[in-house]
Design a protein around this ligand. Structure first.
Ligand code: SPV
Ligand code: MG
Length: 545
């Protein structure tokens, strides 16, 4: 049901209904949460929240702008207090169009002159609008609304201005005949008598709306018995606001402390709740790449790098500068650029030489006699829900990490270079065989890892490998759980200390788990020997790595 249809239902229902004032997005949302069927967009309260007077000091577009926030924040109808319609029939019909565009369900206009004054400020001295002219305004609004359900409520100020019941009845009937959907009869008396007298005479010719601000002590059943259609509690959110703000500001000022006010005011998380902060976090998971970035990264950098000779006498190979900057630093910067700030490194050899800036250091004390899985086990707390693992000597172009983070359809993915096929003299470790070779024409190919060489085994030589794992892996959700469980299981095997990542991946495949392959073609290297280092310097200088 549209908001306009809902307001119409409220106006025409046989029982007395209630709407409460709101003056901005958050007050509107609170009114809805309280259970109200609708919102009164009070001119007084909207002016007051800008600290200006209820004399059309707020421009009509400022009112409409505020209504847009109120309307966006809520699903219940808003009846705008449209003062006099902000001008003549022409301003009125334009107002109606603009309100409909913002999904405001109806407008109430009063038969005074622009610029108006609040009815409770010398109301008896205010001139009333000419009946014919006001009827023209109502008619022009009705003629130009696009949605038949949009409501125009005509507010009669005759009682406020002291013209008496007869004039009030005359005007109400004229406005009804001009097309008004309902009549708001206003009164500034502290007793409801003149309103009740009007209701009796009016006899429900059109829905009757009242604003009992001044006759607030009247039992609500009296309104029900009088057949009032809609009661507007017209300014109570603004007044509650003022009292709360005065009290808290006085308290904080005099005590110069927050201690006494803290328990009396909404928590910051309550603000977040009312703003719908949770919805944004959920949406980020769906739509925003930055929030899909892995929560953490683990860098394995415990080994010395035996073929790098004197370059590693006093530092691990991850700390060898490449084009002036250690590989490890390059890795940390790359992760941070992707929004991954929880970065750990497992160190061993010459760990004191590691630059700990921006990362957490975890020690593998048995680095000399143990392998990658032992290092991983030391860091098992760091294997978090969304997680990336890299070798500490890896250089790669940024898009590789970017594309890996973009891959959400698989929960366990390894990066494989399809241009690095077996060549004589090249390490037999980390060669991979996959469910299909790289089809370079396709993005995010569905390819599963079938086997990865550990360097020690034989038997996967019956066909050429499909590529080489570059030492980068991402898992999230179930994938991470599978890795953690496999690591735990393997840690109980006799040769655990000798095992590397390929053993873990093969173990998972053996368990029937799917390991997705992300193919790349070059644009990376690792540091195994001096020739690699030379190439790495060129590589790092050539690209922003
Ligand atoms: C308002 O809330 O702005 C109204 C009602 O118009 S009253 O202040 O009673 O006039
Ligand atoms: Mg008003």
């Amino acid at each position: 049901m549209t908001k306009a249809a809902r307001l119409r239902q409220i106006l025409f229902s046989p029982q007395t209904e209630f709407i409460l004032e709101a003056h901005n997005g958050i007050s509107a949302r609170i009114v809805e949460e309280a259970g109200f069927a609708g919102i009164w967009g009070s001119g007084l309260a909207m002016s007051a929240q800008f600290a200006v007077r209820d004399n059309n000091e707020l421009s009509w577009t400022q009112v409409v702008d505020m209504l847009e926030f109120m309307s966006d924040a809520t699903s219940i109808p808003i009846l705008l207090d449209g003062d006099t319609g902000y001008g003549d029939f022409n301003n009125m019909r334009r107002l109606v169009r603009k309100l409909e565009q913002r999904d405001v369900a109806g407008v109430c206009i009063e038969d005074k002159l622009f610029p108006k004054t609040n009815s409770f400020i010398q109301g008896e001295r205010q001139p009333l609008a000419d009946i014919e002219e006001f009827c023209g305004k109502i008619k022009s609004g009705k003629d130009h609304q696009l949605d038949d359900n949009f409501s125009i409520v005509a507010r009669v100020e005759a009682l406020i201005a002291g013209w008496g019941l007869e004039e009030a009845l005359k005007r109400a009937e004229a406005y009804r005949l001009a097309g008004a959907d309902a009549i708001l009869m206003h009164s500034k008396k502290s007793r409801p008598d003149e309103i009740l007298a009007f209701a009796k005479e009016w006899d429900n010719r059109a829905p009757l709306v009242i604003v009992p601000t001044k006759y607030y002590s009247t039992p609500t059943d009296v309104f029900r018995e009088a057949g009032i259609s809609l009661v507007i509690w017209a300014n109570h959110m603004m007044r509650a606001n003022i009292t709360a703000m005065q009290s808290v500001s006085a308290e904080i000022f005099s005590s110069q402390s927050l201690i006494n006010s803290e328990g009396r005011i909404a928590s910051v998380s309550e603000i977040f709740r009312l703003q719908g902060a949770d919805e944004l976090l959920e949406a980020e998971k769906l739509y925003s790449r930055s929030s899909r970035a892995a929560g953490s990264a683990l860098i394995l950098a415990a080994s010395r790098g035996d073929n790098l000779d004197e370059l590693t006498t006093d530092r691990p190979k991850a700390m060898i500068p490449v084009a002036g900057k250690p590989v490890l630093r390059r890795l940390v910067e790359k992760f941070k650029r992707q929004g991954i700030n929880d970065i750990s490194v497992v160190a061993g050899y010459a760990h004191e030489a590691i630059d700990k800036g921006g990362l957490e250091l975890i020690l593998n004390p048995d680095w000399e006699t143990s392998g990658e899985l032992s290092s991983m086990l030391q860091a098992k707390e760091k294997i978090t829900d969304d997680w990336i693992l890299v070798y500490g000597d890896l250089l790669f172009r940024s898009y590789i990490l970017h594309n890996l983070l973009d891959w959400d359809s698989s929960d366990l993915i390894i990066v494989v270079d399809s241009s690095e096929i077996e060549q004589p003299g090249i390490s037999q470790k980390d060669l991979v065989w996959c469910s299909s070779p790289d089809n370079r024409a396709m993005y995010q190919q569905q390819v599963a890892l079938e086997h990865i060489s550990t360097g020690a085994e034989s038997g996967w030589k019956e066909r050429k490998a499909d590529g080489r794992w570059i030492g980068m892996l991402r898992s999230h959700g179930e994938g991470t759980k599978k890795i953690s469980t496999a690591l735990e299981t393997l840690s109980n095997t006799a040769n655990f200390t000798q095992l590397g990542l390929p053993d873990l991946l093969n173990f998972l495949i053996g368990q029937g788990e799917r390991v997705q392959v992300m193919y790349i073609n070059g644009h990376w290297l690792d540091l195994n020997n001096l020739a690699d280092l030379e190439r790495a310097n060129d590589f790092a200088q050539g690209y922003q790595t």
